[in-house]
Write a protein that binds this ligand. Sequence first.
Ligand code: PLP
Length: 393
Amino acid sequence: MFNKKMLEIGYSQSTIRDLYTYALQRKAEIGEDKVFDFSIGNPSIPAPSIVNETLVKILTEEDSVKIHGYTVSAGEKNVRDSIASYLNKTYETKLDGRYIFLTCGAAASLAIVIKALITPYEEMIVFAPHFPEYRTYVEAMGGVLVPVLPDQDFLPDFIDLEKKITHKTKIVLYNSPNNPTGSFYNEDIIKKLVDILSKKEKEYDHPIYLVSDEPYRELLYKEEKYPFITNYYDNSLVCYSFSKCLSLPGERIGYIVVNPKCEDVNDIYALICGAASMLGYICAPALFQHLIPYVLGYTSNLDEYKKNQELLYRSLKEIGYEVVKPTGAFYLFVKALDEDAEKFSETAKKFELLLVPSDPFDYKGYVRIAYCVSYQQIVNSLPAFKKLYNYYK
Ligand code: PLP
């Protein structure tokens, strides 16, 4: 007997990966610069030079057996402590390295947290449109994903949120800055969210965990304070990754923060350790663990994404597209010109534009454009966007 759910996930194709594979194929056929691949959120700018310099230093100066060896499963203590003190200094938090767990990126952080907290039939609330993998992780645990609708600015519809919280709600998860809309939850939004959850925790008399998925935390285009969730809500956890802001997505390094103020915090941390162990994560990649204390606070040159965003947003608006103004991350959410976004994405292929339909994000009628590409690709793609628009008008 095969596990039906696993087969279903294994066979279900990822629209994003499929488009990406198609792009590689098409580029081989007609040339790199003729295909406008906006499918995947793979950072397009190099990691800051300190990353490679430090890696070389570690590799040449430190004991090779030690740097490549297993670490304790939660990650090296000095690394966890350095993350805690960096966050405490930067966000005025009161975190403790004892409650930080190093992971293979945000995907692993999410899979671990969800496995740790969700038991069969329990519910996890997310805000549509949302990162597709949330559903996989929750359903793998026999849990239920409950999407909340967005308001007109693609921020949470709080009336819908209140309606959807039930006695079965175990987790409320948000992602800011957001994939796929680029929207950002400022302090006011976070306070509203926290007010509702605090009220519901009292009503149902059990914790509702608020999980922040924040791989784009530093990717903000406005001078905005990032409201670090542990400062606002006790039963909170953070899933972070160095993939996007340090341009290291293939290296698989990130962390989970458990708020030291969580009810039964030692049990929660033990659940995290147990879930990671059951998932077979022996430890996060050791070399990249050793790198982290040297690069905290550094980012790639994120201004490049801002330049891309400004050009693409302005140009698509001028052509006539309806575009959600992003505050962060590196995605543009654009209304499809066909009711069926999948059909629209297929049509866009005729103009060599690879745009991800919004359906896998639990939302219909839009496409996502990942603008973590070269500025030149955006310049070159604009006539194709114009032709696509004219095709429909
Ligand atoms: N969460 C969100 C919202 C993402 O967009 C991504 C990746 O695109 C991830 C998590 C996973 O990131 P990582 O590469 O760190 O696993």
